[in-house]
Design a protein. Structure first.
Ligand code: BV8
Ligand code: ZN
Length: 253
């Protein structure tokens, strides 16, 4: 795809590159983003309303079914060139901190490590009452059809509902991951923001910290966000196309 506008050389001589990804980095792997209209039977639900403790309390099977559907899609998805490019960037720069809002494991499967998940992951559910961790059975179950309720498994310790290991709206972020992200945003000299609408806080405040600390800020997104006119470099295009070109370190003019 011809990238529609002049791109600039990204300083790969940076001391510390921070990368923040959102659902858009997994879009080319076939995973639905959070704010694109939900497809199929899920379209009558607003993810914002499903990703809350109240929704799970009121209808645990609906919410568990949604996460199981997403987990099955993530298990069947493959990392795309954007994930690969971020991994290879890590090998090119002195220091890279990768922070994601995503709950899939595509960065890990592309070979990135460590990956700091601000909003938890699909892989580590736990008991909604006693917190006991729950392990999924090894075999990959049938993909539940969209919109189907699936009863959450009972906790082996206390029989309460097991819940997804993600951070819902109104819940705090994992302290250690947030602390790492905040420090990196204060310290980095390049902040690369990929595939996020930058509307969910506190994750969306990270680019503000980076800009305030004088970092070169770069956005990669096929659509507009509120950061278009505020970032140092705004690349309008899919991450799977733009990132490999950027990371190749070439001057894209
Ligand atoms: C907190 C769960 C405080 C897992 C998610 C009232 C009470 C409490 C808090 C609040 C409140 N009101 C507001 C808040 C703050 C709230 C918030 O920010 N709300 C927003 C909506 C205004 N935040 C919270 O509640 C956070 N907690 O503040 O706690 C607190 C403090 C102390 C004590 C108690 C509480 C918790 C936030 C986490 C919420 N959980 N997910 C899951 O189900 O996934 S957030 C959800 O949005 C997703 O996880 C997602 O990661 C995140 C951000 O979305 P994006 O990743 O940006 O995805 P989106 O679809 O929006 O955009 C995709 C982008 O990709 C688009 O721009 C698109 O153009 C682009 N794209 C598409 N294709 C491509 C592409 N880009 C590149 N290439 C492509 N090919
Ligand atoms: Zn329990």
């Amino acid at each position: 795809m011809a990238i529609p506008h002049r791109l600039v050389e990204v300083r790969m001589s940076a001391q510390h590159v921070m990368v923040l990804t959102g659902a858009g980095v997994s879009a080319e792997s076939g995973l639905p983003t959070f704010r694109d209209p939900l497809t199929g039977l899920w379209e009558r639900f607003n993810p914002q309303e499903l990703a809350t403790p109240d929704a799970f309390r009121d209808d645990p099977s609906l919410v568990w079914g949604w996460y199981e559907w997403r987990r099955m899609k993530a298990l069947r998805a493959l990392p795309n060139p954007a994930h690969e490019a971020i991994r290879s960037l890590q090998e090119k720069v002195r220091r890279l901190t990768l922070v994601t809002q995503n709950v899939d494991d595509l960065h890990e499967r592309a070979g990135s490590s460590p990956v700091h998940h601000l909003h938890g992951t699909l892989a580590h559910p736990y008991c909604s009452r006693c917190g006991a961790p729950y392990s999924f059975p090894p075999e990959i179950p049938e993909e539940p059809e969209e919109g189907r309720r699936v009863a959450p498994p009972p906790c082996a310790e206390c029989a309460a509902h097991v819940r997804p290991g993600v951070v819902w709206f109104g819940e705090s972020l994992p302290e250690r991951e947030w602390d790492i992200a905040e420090r990196a945003a204060q310290d980095c000299d390049v902040f690369l923001c990929v595939g996020t609408s930058s509307v969910v806080y506190p994750a969306a405040s990270l680019i503000e910290h980076a800009a305030a600390n004088g970092a070169v800020t770069i956005q990669v997104n096929p659509n507009s966000t509120s950061w278009d006119d505020r970032v140092s470099h705004d690349f309008r295009g899919p991450a799977g196309v733009v990132l490999p070109a950027l990371v190749a370190g070439c001057s894209l003019r």
